[in-house]
Design a protein around this ligand. Structure first.
Ligand code: ZN
Ligand code: ZN
Ligand code: ZN
Ligand code: ZN
Ligand code: ZN
Length: 205
């Protein structure tokens, strides 16, 4: 009995409990002998998780909690506790979304796709330059646009050119003025001649 006493009782506690040396739990001092007999006969400590498991369910415990499982997407074997993180963050077959076109595709193909997708260009409606998809966000922040090529300002430029054009026109009109004066003079003479004949005719009879 005295040998059992020394192995069973790992330590004495002030609150009247003793620590079972088999499961390392605090057990009321009055129950420790009975507990230890039952504990050491029926339970064993799982080497992986440290839980006390009934000896007859040890295999079941292992296969349901610790046996390697395969990822349903990539078939890689791993410990079950790692499966959730693997599927959501590490699995090469998990579905990822392209940063540029938001197309869903397996993560393993993502970098190759984004290499191509990010090099596509799209015209920026502010500066009318072709911008790579990969540079679009940084471009949108830095784009100052080009005043001459945006629709609004180009209209203003055209009006401005027209204004300057009409200001340049007077000398052109001056060139044609003598011709206009000449035409008016000829017409005037013709009218005068016509009036002359018209006035003289009635006086014939
Ligand atoms: Zn115990
Ligand atoms: Zn375990
Ligand atoms: Zn996987
Ligand atoms: Zn894409
Ligand atoms: Zn731009």
């Amino acid at each position: 009995m005295s040998t059992i006493e020394t192995t069973v009782v790992a330590s004495d506690h002030d609150d009247g409990t003793k620590i079972c040396s088999h499961c390392e739990r605090g057990i009321p001092s009055s129950n420790i002998d009975l507990h230890y007999a039952h504990c050491s006969r029926n339970l064993e400590k799982c080497k992986i998780c440290g839980d006390m498991v009934p000896k007859k369910h040890a295999d079941e415990h292992y296969s349901s909690i610790h046996a390697p499982v395969s990822c349903s997407q990539c078939n890689e074997m791993m410990e079950p506790e790692n499966l959730a993180v693997h599927k959501s963050q590490n699995c090469p077959q998990r579905i990822a979304t392209c940063d540029y076109c938001e197309f869903p595709l397996p993560a393993i193909d993502l970098s190759e796709h984004q290499e191509v997708c990010g090099n596509r260009t799209e015209i920026c409606d502010r500066c009318n330059r072709y911008i790579r998809f990969r540079e679009r966000i940084s471009h949108e922040v830095s784009c100052k646009g080009v005043p001459n090529t945006t629709p609004q300002t180009s209209r203003a430029t055209r009006e401005d050119e027209q204004g300057r054009g009409s200001r340049r026109r007077p000398p052109a009109r001056n060139l044609s003025t003598p011709r206009l004066v000449f035409t008016i003079a000829i017409t005037g003479i013709a009218i005068l001649v016509g009036v002359f004949f018209f006035q003289t005719k009635p006086e014939r009879h």
